[in-house]
Ligand binder design. Structure first.
Ligand SMILES: [Zn+2]
Length: 396
């Protein structure tokens, strides 16, 4: 019954909009603990927004300053640059044809006045001439402003507010947690799926920014410390233990959470097929030669049903490969999760699977399903990160 009822509820929620205005959380976040503060130094985050390029276009709408990153000396103060070259040339960093030191900071007087390749950014930029002669550009930004540019990419900005709040808290926690381990490099997070998607000020939407503001300073903690609050698109019925994939063994990420809220996700179940000959080529390309494939079977699964190992029997030999590698080789958006079965039929290899993503932590479509049914963001987070605590680490 529930499976039929949910879309009707969803439609009425989205049409009326009034359900978005929900009361304060049931369990207010606790105050910062002393041990937690030890791991939190500042809320500035450094996002790698470009690397490997020799030429970028820089625009600054109003007044700006260029600073030597090492000495913090101001090198240039001026106004307005439109579509000038930011490049490396003859072993030097050049801005609009003028030579600068290898690492500079560019500060605009007004927020979001800085554009790289026509994309606006808040905060300031540092530009690094790398030893290979390419550029790395890092956006230094308050984590709250950063989240404005993250949510649009991770969830629909039209989703009910409580699911957006849950996403904002998970993303804030993930970013500030990651930041603790990046002191030796020039950035804290990538602007893509290696960390979280981030598109700068162009990606801001009023509803997702409202969710960021409503949860300002709130993170998830376990025993007083932040943890990597992983999330994924659709779990397909049950979340996964992080220790299946990474060296992270922590109760809020130990998986096994039964999720009955993501069944309406377009990624809940999927099927994809490829020619057996293509799979043989793919295996060969990764140094696995079994000849003509005769069978391919999942021989080991995690306790939540995700494939761990697949055995391939061929005309000239057998081999066993990890499901994680197999998914990456075929393509993580083709084989959407490791929760799959393999069938060989009519010259094709067929993957029948459930869910999209690694399956650890919060199921985004499940969060959406819960919010449609009226659950608050703290209830959503409590389900997917059992044992965690909502903690406010700063107010303003
Ligand atoms: Zn789910």
């Amino acid at each position: 019954m529930r499976k039929r009822a949910l879309p009707l509820i969803a439609v009425s929620v989205w049409i009326s909009g009034s359900v978005y205005c929900l009361p304060a959380p049931l369990r207010p976040p606790v105050a910062t603990t002393a041990s937690f503060q030890a791991g939190f130094e500042s809320r500035d985050i450094r996002v790698l927004i470009s690397q490997g390029q020799e030429l970028l276009k820089l625009t600054i709408m109003g007044g700006y300053r260029v600073i030597d990153a090492k000495s913090q000396k101001t090198l240039s103060i001026s106004r307005r640059l439109v579509g000038v070259n930011l490049r490396t040339q003859n072993g030097a960093l050049m801005i609009a044809g003028v030579r600068f030191p290898d690492v500079v900071e560019i500060h605009a007087d007004q927020p979001a006045d800085l554009f790289i390749n026509n994309r606006p950014f808040r905060g300031f930029l540092s530009v690094h001439r790398q030893v290979d002669g390419t550029l790395a550009v890092v956006n230094h930004i308050d984590v709250e402003d950063y989240l404005y540019g993250v949510l649009y990419h991770e969830v629909g900005s039209w989703w009910p507010m409580e699911s957006l709040k849950a996403q904002a808290i998970a993303a804030r926690t993930y970013a500030l947690y990651e930041k603790q381990f990046t002191k030796s490099r020039i950035f804290d997070v990538y602007n893509n799926q290696s960390s979280q998607m981030y598109g700068g000020a162009d990606s801001e939407r009023s509803r997702s920014s409202e969710a960021v503001d409503a949860t300002r300073g709130q993170v998830l903690t376990f025993q007083g410390r932040m943890f990597a609050a992983y999330y994924h698109a659709t779990c397909g019925g049950e979340t996964r233990d992080s220790s299946d994939l990474w060296k992270v063994k922590l109760p809020p990420l130990s998986g096994g959470v039964k999720c009955s809220y993501c069944w309406f996700s377009p990624h809940y179940s999927w099927s994809t097929k490829m020619d057996i000959s293509k799979m043989e080529e793919l295996l060969n390309a990764h140094g696995i030669s079994v000849g003509a494939i005769q069978s391919m079977t999942v021989v080991s699964r995690s306790n939540t049903g995700r494939a761990l190992l697949a055995e391939i029997k061929g005309s000239v030999g057998d081999n066993t490969i990890s499901a994680k590698d197999l998914r990456l080789w075929v393509g993580p958006t083709v084989v959407r999760s490791e929760n799959f079965e393999i069938h060989l039929r009519w010259g094709k290899i067929i993957f029948d699977g459930k869910g999209w993503g690694h399956g650890v932590g919060m199921c985004q479509w499940g969060a959406l399903g819960q919010s449609i049914l009226g659950k608050k963001h703290d209830e959503i987070l409590e389900l997917y990160y059992p044992g965690s605590q909502l903690t406010r680490i700063y107010e303003a």
